[in-house]
Design a protein around this ligand. Structure first.
Ligand code: FES
Length: 168
């Protein structure tokens, strides 16, 4: 006995496979629901994959690298170094007797090298007048879209060492 799904007594296969050219482009509610369900399922599985991958992938460990000796530079003095690779240029500033900060020297706009302006007490990018705060690397003015990545410094005896990069 054939399966009938509606009061018009049309067999199911006629709904699914139209025999009339005029009905070929007609999408039934069932087909549309199937499409939405499969598309949603695909997106759900994709998101699960991304989540699982991000959880299982370990964040890269940063090396520990010596940057300077304590008291090597005066207050408001600057030292340039590279971290974590020789291609990553950074700038360290001694902001007070006990405080040092370090940032990537690459401007977050178009990668020009930033320098420290002691006169204005800020990091400045000469290319498009982008200015960054010395305190936290945040953008003070200009086109840079993000703060400068900050290098985490630690004291090890009489040395300052870089141990990580935040916000890269
Ligand atoms: S490259 Fe630094 S502001 Fe444009």
């Amino acid at each position: 006995m054939p399966f009938f799904r509606n009061p018009s007594k049309e067999p199911l296969w006629k709904d699914e496979f139209s025999v009339f050219t005029s009905d070929e482009r007609y999408v039934t509610r069932r087909q549309f629901t199937k499409f939405l369900t499969l598309a949603s399922l695909g997106m759900f599985v994709g998101n699960l994959w991304i989540l699982a991958k991000s959880r299982l992938t370990k964040t890269p460990a940063f090396p520990t690298a010596e940057v300077a000796e304590i008291d090597e530079i005066p207050v408001r003095g600057v030292k340039l170094f590279t971290y974590p690779t020789p291609q990553d240029h950074c700038i360290m500033i001694r902001t007070s007797e006990e405080e040092y900060v370090a940032y990537s020297q690459k401007c977050t706009h178009l990668s020009c090298a930033v320098y420290y302006s002691a006169k204005n007490d800020r990091l400045e990018c000469p290319c498009h007048q982008g200015f960054f705060s010395v305190k936290d690397g945040s953008v003070l003015q200009g086109p840079p879209p993000r703060p400068l990545p900050q290098i985490t410094l630690e004291r090890e005896g009489t040395k300052l060492v870089a141990i990580a990069v935040k916000g890269s």
